[in-house]
Design a binder for this molecule. Structure first.
Ligand code: DGL
Length: 288
């Protein structure tokens, strides 16, 4: 069995991608990760496609410079507008986005062929989810709703506060009225899973709520296996390679602003504590 001990690079505009990282850590226990949150430039969801593409390219180039073997774009907005360019520019390093896995989770869950997708303004505007769902199944009705304020609420750590419940009611109430309402809600932004309780309070228990975390982890596992790039499950991590996380930690965190805040709020998304000393401040503007 081949064994590639280099870490997997994971990137998001902020902390939302930690929900995907959490699923990958669980699914791939022998792998190591570099997580980069571009917290200085968040939100991506309100910015133009050209700006998001430029930011995503700078962020992922940093991960490549750190020696990662694969890049996971754990941001729907960046996946929606920049996946093609990133795939081209970062080759031969494989790049995996979250839109197709999120669409796959939605298509697997729906029974009445009616799916609602909530996402950032940028993701909704580009229509990437509608295309991805229709590529999997042509006769599904897809309704989209931008929920940009959710990103700020999630980054603030206000996961189930009154203001979050009010925003959820306003965004989602109209979508889930009537007999032909969607039976499935795709959380098309990696920030949204931490708001699940507030969202559930509006949509009720009869609607399936899915996100791209588990299906992306599965896609990464498949890609590692197909390309013979996984760490052999039975073996140790092998000799340290360039880019391997230091200090024995399995995951290294990079942020473009306030490591202290990243560590404090990030644990809500990751579901386990993050030591501020494991978060390194990086400056993407100084890259060539
Ligand atoms: N977490 C990101 C996503 O999945 C974007 C949030 C933002 O920066 O607006 O779309």
């Amino acid at each position: 069995m081949s064994s590639d001990a280099r870490p997997i690079g994971v990137f998001d505009s902020g902390m939302g991608g930690l929900t995907v990282l959490s699923a990958m850590e669980a699914r791939l226990p022998a792998e190591r990760f570099f997580y980069l949150g571009d917290t200085a430039r968040l939100p991506y969801g309100t910015k133009s496609a050209a700006t998001v593409e430029a930011y995503a390219l700078a962020a992922t180039r940093l991960l490549i410079a750190e020696g990662v073997k694969m890049v996971v774009v754990a941001c729907n907005t960046a996946s929606a507008v920049a996946l093609e360019r990133l795939t081209r520019e970062l080759a031969p390093v494989p790049v995996i986005g979250v839109i197709e896995p999120g669409a796959r989770a939605g298509v697997a869950a729906t029974r009445n062929n009616h799916i609602a997708v909530i996402a950032t303004e940028g993701t909704v505007k580009g229509g990437a989810y509608v295309r991805a769902i229709h590529a999997l199944s042509g006769d599904i009705d897809v309704v989209q709703q931008p929920c940009q304020v959710f990103v700020a609420l999630a980054e603030e750590g206000w996961t189930d506060s009154e203001v979050t419940r009010t925003a959820a009611k306003r965004y989602l109430g109209p979508l889930f009225r009537g007999a032909s309402a969607p039976d499935t809600l795709v959380l098309g932004c990696t920030h949204f899973p931490v708001l699940a309780a507030a969202i559930r309070g509006v949509i009720g228990t009869g609607v399936a709520m899915v996100d791209s975390a588990a299906t992306t982890a599965a896609a990464v596992a498949d890609a590692l296996a197909a390309q013979g790039m996984g760490v052999a499950e039975s073996g140790a991590h092998g000799a340290p390679t360039r880019g391997a996380p230091t200090s024995g930690a399995r995951t290294r965190f990079l942020a473009t602003d306030s490591p202290e805040r990243f560590a404090r709020v990030g644990e809500i998304f990751l579901g386990r504590p993050i030591a501020a000393s494991d978060v390194e401040l990086v400056d993407l503007r100084s890259l060539p």
